[in-house]
Write a protein that binds this ligand. Structure first.
Ligand code: GLN
Length: 219
């Protein structure tokens, strides 16, 4: 590959540093040259090949990226152009087309609406109801066991036709993929396991390779 991979982490609120560390670790494991940098303004998007939306508080992140120099629209546009995205927990909520809460109903928050899913926020309860659970994620290959860390996590209550379900907890959908978009209800950046980030970086690598080929054909 001609140039290095640049992974962006939306650096507004939430577990930004944790994601940065795991993404750097995943790049090293894959022996890829690349950097991981924070995205805070629209122009930062020009430098990245893939974006991670960390867990945190989706209402805060949504509001801030909406009022900040059109960052919400700019991210949405890049995703429409197929840029790979990994959204964890609040990041999954941000990507969804509709979010609601069992008690208050529609949460009327700013969403990217890039992923054809509906999510129920805080579906397992509040902070004190956080838990870890053993998951099976067949997309990870032979060793498909993965520790899911759930903190005020959403569940996916509806999926569109183009969406593959990649993880369930009992009968609940907690991981999905739609083309270059991967989203999890849990926090893979907190499980001490970089395999989901590695999978994401492989998607970014393929996207970058394709883009370089298209660009060089256009010259
Ligand atoms: N419940 C949070 C939200 O709605 C998500 C929690 C998390 O990311 N750990 O944004």
């Amino acid at each position: 590959m001609k140039s290095k991979i640049t992974i962006g982490i939306l650096g507004i609120q939430g577990d930004i540093e944790e994601n940065k560390k795991v993404a750097e670790d995943a790049l090293n494991h894959l022996k890829l040259t690349g950097t991981v940098q924070l995205v805070k303004y629209s122009q930062d998007l020009n430098e990245i090949d893939g974006l991670i939306l960390p867990g945190g508080e989706s209402t805060v992140v949504g509001t801030l990226i909406k009022i900040r120099d059109g960052l919400l629209t700019a991210i949405k546009r890049r995703i429409m152009e197929d840029m790979p995205v990994l959204g964890t927990c609040a990041g999954m909520i941000m990507l969804s087309r509709r979010a609601y809460d069992r008690i208050i109903g529609d949460t009327k928050q700013e969403l990217l609406s890039s992923l054809d899913i509906v999510v129920e926020r805080n579906a397992f309860g509040r902070q004190k109801d956080s838990f870890e659970a053993g998951l099976q994620i067949p997309a990870l290959g032979q060793n498909s066991a993965f520790k899911g860390v759930f903190i005020r996590a959403p569940i996916v209550s509806e999926v569109g036709n183009a969406v593959d379900i990649i993880a369930r907890l009992d009968d609940k959908i907690v991981g999905v993929r739609q083309r270059n978009i991967i989203a999890t209800s849990f926090h893979p950046e907190l499980s001490g396991d970089n395999r989901i980030h590695k999978e994401f970086i492989r998607v970014v690598k393929d996207y970058k390779l394709k883009k370089l080929t298209v660009d060089s054909n256009a010259v």
